[in-house]
Design a protein around this ligand. Sequence first.
Ligand SMILES: Nc1nc2c(ncn2[C@@H]2O[C@H](COP(=O)(O)OP(=O)(O)OP(=O)(O)O)[C@@H](O)[C@H]2O)c(=O)[nH]1
Length: 684
Amino acid sequence: MIRQFSKISQGVRTLKFQQTNPISSWNGLCYHPIQHCEIPHLRFFSHDGPHYSKSDDPNEVPLSDIPVSHIRNFCIIAHVDHGKSTLADRLLEFTGAWSPSEHQGQPGAGKTQQVLDKLQVEQERGITVKAQTASLRYTHNNEEFLLNLIDTPGHVDFSNEVSRSLAVCQGVILLVDANEGVQAQTVANFYLAFTRELAVIPVLNKCDLKAADPEWAAGQLENLFDIDPKTVLKISAKTGMGVDDVLTAIVERIPPPQVDREAPCRALVFDGWFDRFRGFLTMLYVVDGSLKVNDEIYLTLPGELDDKLKKKYIVKGLGLLQPMEEKTDLLNAGQVGFMFCNVRSASEATLGSTVHRCKDAVTPLTAFPPAHPMVYAGLYPIDQSQFQALRIALDKLLINDSGVTMETETSAALGTGFRLGFLGLLHMEVFSQRLAQEFGTETIATAPSVRYKMKIFGEKSIKKYGGDTIVVSNAADMPDGGIIKEMFEPVVNATIITPDSYIGPIVKLCCERRGRESSSPTSIDSKRVMLRYILPLNEVVMDFHDTLKSLSSGYASFDYEEHGYEPTMLSKVDILLNGIPVQELSVIVHDSKVREEGRRLVEKLCEIIPREQFPIAVQSYTRGKIIARGNIKPYRKDVTAKLYGGDVTRRRKLLARQKEGKERLKMVANIGLPRDTFIKLLKK
Ligand SMILES: Nc1nc2c(ncn2[C@@H]2O[C@H](COP(=O)(O)OP(=O)(O)OP(=O)(O)O)[C@@H](O)[C@H]2O)c(=O)[nH]1
């Protein structure tokens, strides 16, 4: 069945898509059960394997034939919820790559479809967590252009997606909500683009709203970033107002990529994902030459020069995301596309490696700096027999989430699992949710912690720990206080933007969280200020953002960057359940907060742990002294109480269902702990 999209605006081509499987997909987009949705791009396939949608216009110029001068590579960057994905939708729509009217009545269709937010977790949470690419055709002054668009996440926990995306772009659309004005991530993202010397197109969004004040927001851009108000575009991504001007500005203000099509092929791997049918796929930005199907290639990281030791791969397939997959036999310099070859694991296709032909000796492209995880947590299978399945699932997901680091660890109560490093708590929650949704893996996550450094003394101790500095991210590994000489904790440089009426409570919050001002407040306009604080990371990662939002009625915004380590004094608070120490529940806290935290942990555990048929005593202690105690009363839920008479099979069914519910708990010290205990415990 052939469907034809309508022309939407100036310079729009007519697109025709082939529906490949009338039952399970339309125009290549298919919604299918979770177990089939292992990776983001699989949503564009039907159950029986990948299908490519292809334009059937014989006169259409292949994208690889578009000259470099007519290619524009750009990202949309902005603060959370300022409308990046909505603008990406409109750009897809205005260039004819997507038509909401074509998809009316279908799941997820509508003006706020957010086509590029493909993951289930993105749709459920309404946030972007993965940068997504789309190659768009656009006709400007009767000339055909190739626009490679990358929609990026706004939340600070996913900022590594932004910096990786910027590496393959020559320009950015800096989107600012005309109601909210410049926010903390606007500042952070602007400087990311500015330091890379990228062309910046300033765009004010949501101008359709009555409360929008574009002049005020443009004034802030001028004040903070020296942006000429005359160059600021005013649009509504929702209604489509002004989106044509954005397309024109992309063509006119962003330079084409500086690439060499005659040179030997070099392509940068900047993203990847796992596909059930084709294995590991990698997203590439071709910097020099061209890449063809059947080419023999190496994947080389800078510093890896000896070709003899490298594994040879054969390019099995190439394609473009438009946003549905379009097969191609050639990727030319300047293009962004995907490749699959015989890569067997995520470790073989490291992000930042350079793809080049085996016969060419080339200098590898500069790789991305590795992501620096901020919080660490243990991830264990609910059932130890699932350990191998969890390892395989992690390997597949890690290629799509390069911000995560992984090593194996064991715990007395939870068995063998993994210690994973994340960029923040939201990142950790999203990652666990993706593991469950995309790979059907049920896991239990232990309390997240930052990485402390401890200097120890004594020859024996130094020998035991293999050095005089120990890195501790798991309270169970904290050495005995008697051998610790000095302790250090990670700190961050935080930026807070707030209306001045909330300064008082925010300064109080920062002081409570052991922060100190790093520079005097800067005024953004007559009503708002930017505060900068040095804060300990462990005071920030858990609930600082939520508290800040509630203190400021949602008006303050927050962003942070690493700022090294500072000396500190720490203690370990342990937990006893019915007198049995449960190491997995121990936490490391600052000395000034030991009592407060000990009491809070007991109160919280009494709330979280379900009642059993026997009483449970919950105690917290530090350095051998009990800090607080709470009791959980015994309880027996008689699920069969409502039954009177009837068949015995009904009674069995109810008891079986109750048993199933209990299995979802993890037995620790003979007490069932819900799977999310460890994370809930730390949320204040
Ligand atoms: N009125 C109005 N609402 C808009 C406009 N653009 C976006 N929105 C709404 O703003 C909300 C956030 O939009 P998104 O496109 O998800 O924002 P985002 O920046 O991609 O969000 P993250 O990726 O999570 O950072 C949605 O409810 C949109 O419908 C606009 O121009 N006008």
